[in-house]
Design a protein around this ligand. Structure first.
Ligand code: ATP
Ligand code: MG
Length: 402
């Protein structure tokens, strides 16, 4: 693989941890290069999430080299050639160069190789097959840099073949387009995705969930989901998709993307959160949050002002209230003020309890619960101003009257 120019080395490429790692590998005759997302992001001048490296020797040799140098190393995926190294508390994932021996559309059997081009050729998109030395020397065997500059997500090789090897790549195509692409979608890549849309049923819910949520986190998610729908890619995994209009409005409101909240924004109110949660392997907690976000009630009364906002926060809790508030894009009123309040205000606890009712001589039972509910309603209606003494008096009054 020949060098294709140089990029300005990002700080992480040549800092102390990286130098230590490369020195340890070099001492054992191992060639290593940064690869994938971190190099792509360096080309774009963006920060890297995780630091992946490709190495030209088997994982056992890599482990030995690092251990010899006193660098902590964990055999995270020996079968796939992956070890994790921690140098100066920086985490690196090192994977031996590979080629596919066998693919079944979901999993691949790989063999190790020392051929950099073979390793590059099994990656998905041209700009995901960028490699870099710590000094910024760039390797770009498929012209990924030009595609990146043009906002073009393009399969390496024949798109249909690449999708047949791993169908997840259809979803990855739309994810990377949402993050790094610009319209129009690359024609041959898109058409292959559309042709293969019906074959996505065999994927695992976990992998689909990850792709969909990460696609949603991109600022171009509304268009990406529109294109996915058109290509038939959502038919199997998210047939409930209801368009991207609400998502656009939500994105304009948010400070930070939240994948699950954005998912709620492309689903119809009243959609079955439990079924969607099962399909996409959401945790119980996530499915419950989705359920609250999709529920028809309680309606968020923004125009009702601070009293209505406080009642909402008290009933739902700050987090879920904020979710519903941000999603209530058609509700009139000053949502910014409501949001500021929902972030700043901690709802109080009802100052009376069942114990107080028993002290009044009431016997344990449903009546106590009903009385407390009534006191609570009165207290909330009064905008939480009644103190404990006042709540006790109200409890006593209600106990006598009913
Ligand atoms: P991100 O910043 O979103 O993590 P990434 O490019 O690092 O982007 P990963 O999913 O972490 O994406 O994968 C790391 C690299 O591994 C990719 O850049 C690509 O080269 C390769 N890769 C990952 N998944 C596949 C796949 N399904 N098919 C082919 N190559 C893949
Ligand atoms: Mg990555």
């Amino acid at each position: 693989m020949i060098a294709a120019g140089k990029i300005e080395a990002s700080a992480w490429m040549a800092d102390a941890s990286s130098q230590r790692l490369f020195a340890a590998l070099g001492a054992a005759g191992i060639v290593a290069r940064f690869v994938g997302g971190c190099v792509r992001n360096a080309v774009l001048g963006k920060t890297a999430d995780d630091l992946d490296l490709a190495v030209d020797k088997p994982p056992e040799s890599v482990m030995r080299a690092l251990e010899t140098a006193g660098i902590k190393v964990v055999p995270t995926g020996l079968k796939h050639g992956t070890v994790t190294a921690i140098a100066n508390s920086q985490v690196f994932e090192l994977t031996t160069l590979r080629r596919d021996v066998e693919t079944d559309g979901r999993r691949a059997v790989v063999a190790f190789t020392d051929d950099w081009l073979e390793d590059a050729g099994r990656r998905d998109f041209t700009f995901n097959a960028l490699y870099a030395d710590p000094d910024g020397t760039l390797y770009d065997p498929f012209d990924g840099r030009a595609d990146l500059a043009a906002g073009r997500v393009r399969f390496i090789g024949d798109p249909d073949t690449r999708i047949a090897e791993d169908r997840l790549r259809v979803l990855r195509f739309f994810r990377f387009h949402a993050w790094y692409g610009r319209p129009p979608l690359d024609g041959p890549s898109y058409q292959a995705c559309a042709r293969n849309a019906a074959s996505l049923g065999g994927l695992s819910g976990e992998r689909v969930r990850k792709e969909l949520l990460r696609t949603l986190e991109a600022s171009a998610a509304p268009d990406a989901f529109g294109a996915m729908r058109e290509a038939g890619v959502l038919d199997r995994w998210l047939p409930e998709y209801a368009g991207s209009a609400r998502l656009r409005a939500l994105i304009a409101r948010e400070d930070e993307p939240d994948g699950l909240r954005r998912l709620a924004a492309i689903l119809p109110t009243g959609a079955d959160a439990t079924a969607i949660g099962k399909r996409l392997k959401l945790s119980t907690q996530e499915a419950m949050r989705l359920d609250v976000m999709l529920a028809r009630k309680p309606e968020i009364d923004i125009a009702g002002g601070p009293r209505a906002w406080r009642e909402g926060v008290y009933r739902l809790g700050n987090g879920l209230y904020i979710d519903r508030l941000l999603l209530a894009v058609d509700a009139p009123g000053d949502w910014r003020a409501a949001l500021a309040m929902a972030r700043a205000w901690t709802p109080p606890e009802l100052p009376v309890s069942g114990g107080d009712a028993l002290k009044l001589g009431l016997r344990p039972g449903p009546r106590v619960g009903a009385l407390l509910d009534a006191v609570e309603r009165w207290w909330v209606d009064g905008d939480f101003t009644a103190d404990r003494a006042a709540c006790l008096a109200e409890l006593e009054r209600l106990a006598r009257a009913t």
